[in-house]
Ligand binder design. Structure first.
Ligand code: KIV
Ligand code: ZN
Length: 434
C-alpha cells in the first residue's frame, strides 16, 4: 500500500557521485511569495508581501517568484503594485506562475504589463497519477497542453509591454516517466527555440519528494545530458521536503548539472515545505563558496519572517535556530573555549572550532549569549567562562571545579537554565559574602 513508485531514467550515469564539492553557487530564485505564501494558514496581505519582497531584495535575491497573479485579487494587485510603485530594482527579475490554461495565461500577462524584466513560469502536470486520475488524458494530450501554453506565452510576450523570458515546469515530475518528462520539456523548447544569449528555464520540480536524493540526482543528470538547446537552457530544480531530504536532493541536483535552485527561507512551502535556501547557501559558505546571499543578520531575517508569515523558526533550524550554536554540556563547552583560544592565538584563516559548524558571528550571533549557556549538564570551563566574560572574574584553576559544582548543583535542583546573572549571584553569595 505504501510503496510509492518513482521512475529511474532509462540510461543512468552517476557522474555527480565523482564530485566532492559544489564549486559555484547556483542561481537562486526565491519562491517565498508564491509557494511559501500559498501554504500559509493566512496568506500574506499586500503590505506584508511588499515587506517580504524588500527583505528578499536586501538579502540579495536577483530572481523572485512574486506570486500567481491570476489566483486572487491580492496576488494580482501585488504584481501591479510592484510595477506601478516602481519597487523592482533594475537588477532584480520577478517571476510569476501560470497554469497552462488560456484565460489564466492572458490574465497573467495583464498583471505583468509594463514590468522591466519578468519570467513567466508556465506549468502543467505530467504524472501518471494526474493524467489518469485528474485530467483523464493521455500522454499526447498532456504534452499538447504544455505546447499550446508555450505558444500562447510566445505570442503574448510579443504583444505586451515589457521584457519577458520563460520558464516551464512539468509539475508532479517525480510521478512522471523521466523520458516522457524530457519529451514534454523538449516539445516546449521547440516552441520557444531559445538561444544562449536569451536563455529559458526548464524547472524540474520534486512536487512531492518521493524518492531518495540520489534518485533525484540521477534524474537531473539524465535531463542535463539529454535536453535539447542545453546551452540556451538554465536547468532549474525545485525540491520539496516530504522525506525531509530537500537540502540533500538540491545539493546532489546541483552536482548533477542543475544551474538554478528554487526554494524558500527556512523551507516554508507546501506541506513539509520547499527546500530551505538558507541552509543551502550557508552550507556553501561553510565550504568557502560565496553564496551571493547575505545572511549576516539572521536574527532580523528570522524575526521578520516569523512576523510576516506567522510561522515559527525552530530552535534547531540550521544556522538560524536559537540553539544551533549553543553548548550546555561541559565537555563541549570546554572544547569550544579551547578551540576559540587556539584560533585567536594562531590567527587561523580556516574555521575549525570544535562543535561549531561556522563562526556564529557570521550570521549575527554572539558568543556571550548564544554559545555557552549553563544548566545542570555544564562544566567548570563554561561556568568560569561566564564569570570571566560577563563579570571579569578570572578564577584560579584550583577553584574552578568547586565553583563549577556549586553552580550546576543549583541548576540541577531547580531544574532550570541559569542566566549569567544567576550564575554570578550564586558565586557572589558563596565566595564573596561568605
Ligand atoms: O512544486 C511544484 O511542482 C510547483 C510547480 C508549480 C513548479 O510549485
Ligand atoms: Zn512547489
Amino acid at each position: 500500500k505504501y510503496k510509492r513508485p518513482y521512475f529511474l531514467p532509462p540510461t543512468r550515469s552517476c557522474d555527480w557521485m565523482k564530485k566532492d564539492y559544489i564549486e559555484k553557487a547556483p542561481i537562486w530564485c526565491s519562491v517565498d511569495l508564491r509557494d511559501g505564501n500559498q501554504a500559509l494558514i493566512e496568506p500574506m496581505s499586500l503590505a506584508e508581501k511588499l515587506e517580504f519582497f524588500k527583505m528578499l531584495v536586501d538579502i540579495g535575491f536577483k530572481e523572485i517568484e512574486v506570486g500567481f497573479p491570476a489566483a486572487s485579487e491580492t496576488e494580482y494587485n501585488f504584481m501591479r503594485a510592484l510595477i506601478e510603485k516602481n519597487m523592482i530594482p533594475d537588477d532584480v527579475t520577478v517571476q510569476v506562475l501560470t497554469q497552462a490554461r488560456e484565460h489564466i495565461i492572458r490574465k497573467t500577462f495583464e498583471a505583468v504589463e509594463g514590468t522591466k524584466n519578468a519570467i513567466i513560469h508556465l506549468y502543467n502536470s505530467t504524472s501518471v497519477a494526474q493524467r489518469e486520475q485528474v485530467f483523464k488524458k493521455g500522454k499526447e494530450e498532456i504534452k499538447k497542453i504544455a505546447v499550446d501554453g508555450a505558444l500562447l506565452l510566445k505570442t503574448l510576450a510579443n504583444q505586451t509591454e515589457g521584457n519577458f523570458s520563460f520558464e516551464y515546469s512539468p509539475e508532479s515530475f517525480p510521478g512522471t516517466e523521466v523520458e516522457y518528462g524530457l519529451e514534454v520539456c523538449n516539445a516546449v523548447l521547440d516552441v520557444w527555440e531559445p538561444v544562449s544569449e536569451n536563455k529559458v528555464i526548464i524547472n524540474i520540480p520534486a512536487t512531492v519528494e518521493n524518492a531518495m536524493p540520489h534518485i533525484f540526482a540521477s534524474q537531473i543528470e539524465y535531463i542535463h545530458k539529454n535536453i535539447k538547446y542545453r546551452d540556451a537552457v538554465s536547468l532549474c530544480i525545485h525540491p520539496h521536503n516530504d522525506r525531509g531530504c530537500g537540502v540533500a536532493a538540491a545539493e546532489l541536483g546541483v552536482l548533477a548539472g542543475a544551474d538554478r535552485v528554487e526554494g524558500t527561507l527556512f523551507g516554508n512551502g507546501e506541506r513539509t515545505g520547499n527546500v530551505d535556501i538558507i541552509t543551502l547557501a550557508m552550507n556553501l559558505f561553510s565550504y568557502g563558496i560565496d553564496s551571493e546571499l547575505d545572511f549576516s543578520n539572521m536574527p532580523v531575517i528570522s524575526s521578520t519572517y516569523e512576523k510576516l508569515t506567522g510561522m515559527h523558526v525552530s530552535q534547531r533550524q540550521p544556522y538560524a535556530g536559537e540553539l544551533v550554536f549553543t553548548a550546555f554540556s561541559g565537555s563541549h563547552q570546554d572544547a569550544i573555549a579551547k578551540g576559540m583560544h587556539w584560533h585567536e592565538e594562531k590567527r587561523s584563516k580556516h574555521w575549525s572550532v570544535p562543535y561549531l559548524p561556522i563562526d556564529p558571528k557570521d550570521v549575527g550571533r554572539t558568543y556571550d549569549s548564544d554559545v555557552i549557556r549553563i544548566n545542570s549538564q555544564s562544566g567548570k570551563g563554561g561556568i568560569s567562562y561566564i564569570l570571566k566574560q560577563n563579570y571579569g572574574f578570572i578564577l584560579p584553576d584550583r577553584m574552578k571545579e568547586e565553583v563549577g559544582y556549586t553552580v550546576k548543583d543549583v541548576s540541577d535542583k531547580e531544574h532550570k537554565e541559569l542566566s549569567p546573572e544567576w550564575v554570578y549571584q550564586i558565586f557572589e553569595n558563596k565566595y564573596i559574602y561568605n
